[in-house]
Design a protein around this ligand. Structure first.
Ligand code: NAD
Length: 276
């Protein structure tokens, strides 16, 4: 496929566009991941809490694609934060995936009130040193949480996966990450499909290029330098979402999308989210 790679700060190459499987039941995830791999996706984003690491792993095994051509991400769930529990949770994830290493392991949420992300990270540093995660990073971390991690731990995170779409553009966080050589990965890159994709401004841009609103939004992310992991279980959409390398947005299109930033957060605020 034509998916470009970005080089993470530790030298590991990551496809800039991957496939997300949140809210997809295990059996359905196996089918969706197989469809995505056939369509040319090589990066898969799952998490322990999604309950579909087994289905994801099964699809990977059955694909016959060489392991070093794939990029597999999973995440440490909140209830497992803490040094020893992180080590145990990672083992469980690897075993469900049926893999001997992942490409990227993330702390799913910072849980500032729980205050265990520094200890969790130290366990993840050990996992990284053992070669069981080629790269390690964060999800839903604000600059203040990242600053603390940088000052209290050894290995810098390579990426921060956060809610990011045209209605929540996260310019401050993206600038912070860029200054610290941390890649920015967008979750819910399509705004979960609701509302955002019906915006008339996107429809006009899409029509001009003969593409869909979803494709326009994904192209915008790629132009900003974001890693994206759109999710779909519909084969035609799975294909559509990776077919974004044959057109370019112009300055006017980009300006129109940049003007859609309303601060509309679909998920929880990481500063206060403390579900375990
Ligand atoms: P998304 O923005 O990728 O939107 C997915 C939804 O948009 C689909 O369910 C479908 O309804 C619609 N859609 C998809 N393709 C479409 C198309 N071509 N045309 C029209 N509609 C389309 O939302 P998401 O699943 O929330 O996010 C993507 C991935 O990000 C997840 O699967 C997961 O891997 C990750 N994620 C991570 C976190 C985190 O806390 N780290 C949180 C949420 C999601």
């Amino acid at each position: 496929s034509q998916v470009p790679f970005i080089t993470l700060s530790n030298g590991v190459r990551m496809p800039q566009l991957g496939f997300g499987v949140w809210q997809v039941p295990d059996d359905e995830a196996a089918v969706a991941v197989s469809t995505a791999l056939e369509a040319g996706y090589r990066s898969i984003d799952t998490a322990a809490i999604y309950g579909n690491e087994e289905g994801t792993g099964r699809a990977i095994a059955e694909s016959g694609i060489a392991r070093d051509e794939l990029f597999v991400t999973t995440k440490l769930w909140n209830a497992d934060q803490g040094y020893d529990s992180t080590l145990r949770a990672f083992d469980a994830s690897l075993s469900k995936l049926g893999l001997d290493h992942v490409d990227l392991y993330l702390i799913h949420w910072p849980l500032p009130a729980v205050d265990k992300y520094v200890d969790s990270w130290k366990a993840i540093e050990k996992i990284h040193a053992e070669g069981r995660a080629r790269a390690i990073g964060l999800s839903n971390f604000h600059p203040s949480h990242i600053q603390r991690l940088l000052s209290e731990t050894e290995v810098a995170p390579v990426i921060d996966q956060v809610e990011l779409h045209p209605q929540l553009q996260q310019s401050e966080l993206r600038a912070f990450n860029a200054r610290h050589n941390i890649a920015t990965e967008a979750w819910s890159p399509l705004g979960q499909g609701k509302g955002l994709l019906e915006d008339a401004r996107l429809a006009a841009i899409a029509e001009k290029h003969g593409k869909s609103p979803a494709q326009v939004v994904l192209r915008w992310h790629l132009d900003l330098g974001n890693v994206v992991i759109p999710k779909s279980v519909t084969p035609s959409r799975i294909q559509e979402n990776i077919d974004v390398f044959d057109f370019e947005l112009d300055a006017q299109d980009l300006a129109a999308i940049n003007g859609m930033d309303s601060g509309n957060r679909l998920g929880p605020d990481p500063e206060t989210f403390n579900l375990v």
